[in-house]
Design a protein around this ligand. Sequence first.
Ligand SMILES: *Cc1c(COP(=O)(O)O)cnc(C)c1O
Length: 337
Amino acid sequence: MAAYVGVRHAVVFNAATSALFAAYSAAGIGEGDEVVTTPVSFVATANMVLAVGAVPRFGDVKLDGNIDERFIERLITPRTKAIVPVDFGGKPVAMAAIREIADKHGLLVIEDASHALGSETGGAKVGSRADMAVFSFHAIKPITTGEGGAVVTDNDVYAERLRLIRSHGIVKKKFWNSDMTTLGYNFRMSDIAAALGRSQLKKIDSFLARRNAVAAYYDARFAGETLFSTPQIPIECLSSRHLYPLMLIPQLHCPKEDIFEALQARGIGVQVHYKPIYKNSYYEQRFGRQSLPVAEDFYRSELSIPCHQGMTDADAHYVADTVLEVVEQYRYRGCSF
Ligand SMILES: *Cc1c(COP(=O)(O)O)cnc(C)c1O
């Protein structure tokens, strides 16, 4: 795992959620601290900030769902300890710009790369330029161990802390003597899961190639489409293509539930990524209502269609045909209020 990403250490966990908790803890983030992150992610990214006693400050995103680096600086306060970007759908975040801001303010970059194992910018793998980066091996992620996750880092001290947090904070001494030096947990990946992970990791490049072939086919089929757009991957980047998002035009925002239902009814497992984290009732009750314009619009527009190495050419044709047919049916429906 470490060799694949191009870093010194990979510490595996039983989930990316526990890996995020351990990464924030290893970074010394705690009570009274703040973290700048994105609302367009799975809740665990921000939940684990709360779990270590800190507060997430949400920055708005760009049209591709990645955090907008232009808005990061205004969220930084004397309490800020880290920037936590998420490579949405596998598209690498603007790491050079994010690193520059972090370095200028003395902050860490902890990348939630749960979508992006194998993604690259300029030949550098996602995760290799952060202080720590987290990957998920949940069943639907680029590779799977059933449930699982990892933190990768070049930093020996963080790696040591991560291992302690993962396993009860216990250091083995002589014979039966051991010492618990820090508060730890049991966040260990099982050997059975790790065996699956090793075999999956051998296949990652073929998985990525197949996902990219399906995505390239969609790109070609959807070129010139007027009812939705599809975020492009810059030439210098490789995406894991964890998601293939369609961004529906405003006219299709109202009938999105119907479009979703129609596609599900035809056997296409569509999904919406993500309801902005701050819109969840727990966050609203704790922090009040928030609204970031691009994140809100992203949530209204986004519809992810299947893009997976298990898909045949015929599957991809069926998805593209059906998507085009269904959205066309809603072209003139508009909003009914
Ligand atoms: C899946 C995911 C997680 C959580 O991963 P688990 O392995 O299920 O704990 C965290 N962050 C992001 C962005 C994810 O997509």
